[in-house]
Design a protein around this ligand. Structure first.
Ligand SMILES: Nc1ncnc2c1ncn2[C@@H]1O[C@H](COP(=O)(O)OP(=O)(O)OP(=O)(O)O)[C@@H](O)[C@H]1O
Ligand SMILES: [Mg+2]
Length: 251
């Protein structure tokens, strides 16, 4: 599904990614962990086209995408879920989903009468919202949601856009424990739909519940790439988080 080969990213003189190679199969859920500043977000930016790679290739379903603009990558099913940036706060939840559905509408739908089209889109949008338990707030402004609910809306909006590869950057950061469970459930829903998920998280105990594999980054390199159980018991993980004076690490 997604193939990263020898990716290098630098910002001026700072080398942030130093030769990342990794492949993700369709339908797989892969966790990405690593200390602060190890390059996790930059890796997602690079995959989605927001950070240029100096060297290396990115292939999505066999097609090179590393030279494509972000929107062209999105059109190919790459869904970057931005923390609180991907939604329109002044619009209702329903309008947010409607807009996502409208933006991918194929030309044939243009021949349907406008009212029928709108009705259909509203019904489909409501189904998306229902799946994450937000249908009761469909007519409210997105800005009225809690942080956790906004994450859920972002995930479901990315789904409505037609994405099949999801890049989730710390979706549970700062949300309540109950909301964390709701977000976990929405990730499980993505899995049951056969979607591919890459998720950055600091809490390994949380992601090991649903990740097939965990990739550990350190200083822009992949140091471990294995099952959650094997990564957890690997002494290199302990070294990365506890072996050095890295007070910011939150394993
Ligand atoms: N646009 C940029 N310009 C300059 N430096 C950048 C830029 N983006 C990231 N960096 C630097 O790259 C390094 C890696 O940052 P990145 O955000 O990818 O880390 P991270 O693993 O996501 O960290 P965290 O766990 O804190 O989110 C940091 O030193 C950061 O300062
Ligand atoms: Mg980050």
């Amino acid at each position: 599904m997604l193939e990263l080969s020898d990716i290098f990213v630098s910002f001026r003189s700072a080398h942030v990614l130093n030769g990342i190679s990794c492949s993700v199969r369709g339908g797989e859920t892969v966790g990405v962990i690593g200390p602060n500043g190890s390059g996790k977000t930059t890796l997602f930016n690079c995959i989605s086209g927001f950070a240029p790679c100096r060297k290396g290739t990115i292939t999505l379903r066999g097609e090179r995408i590393d030279h494509l603009e972000p929107y062209l990558r999105a059109q190919r099913g790459l869904g970057r879920v931005f923390q609180n940036f991907g939604i329109f706060r002044e619009m209702s939840l329903l309008e947010n989903i409607q807009l996502a559905l409208e933006s991918r509408r194929d030309t044939s739908a243009g021949f349907l009468p406008w009212s029928k089209r709108t009705r259909e889109t509203i019904e489909r949008s409501m189904t998306f919202l229902k799946d994450v338990g937000l249908d009761g707030k469909a007519r409210e402004k997105a800005s009225s949601l809690s942080g956790g609910q906004m994450r859920l809306l972002e995930i479901v909006r990315t789904l409505a856009l037609g994405s099949d590869l999801f890049l989730l950057d710390e979706p549970t950061a700062g949300v309540s424990p109950r909301m964390k469970e709701d977000i976990a459930q929405s990730i499980r829903n993505l899995q049951s739909m056969g979607k591919t998920v890459l998720i950055i998280e600091h809490d390994i105990t949380f992601i090991q519940k649903f990740c097939d594999r965990i990739v550990v980054l350190e200083e822009g390199r992949v140091v471990l790439d294995d099952t959650p159980e094997r990564v957890r018991s690997d002494e290199r993980l302990q070294e990365i988080y506890f072996g050095r004076d890295d007070r910011s690490a939150r394993p």
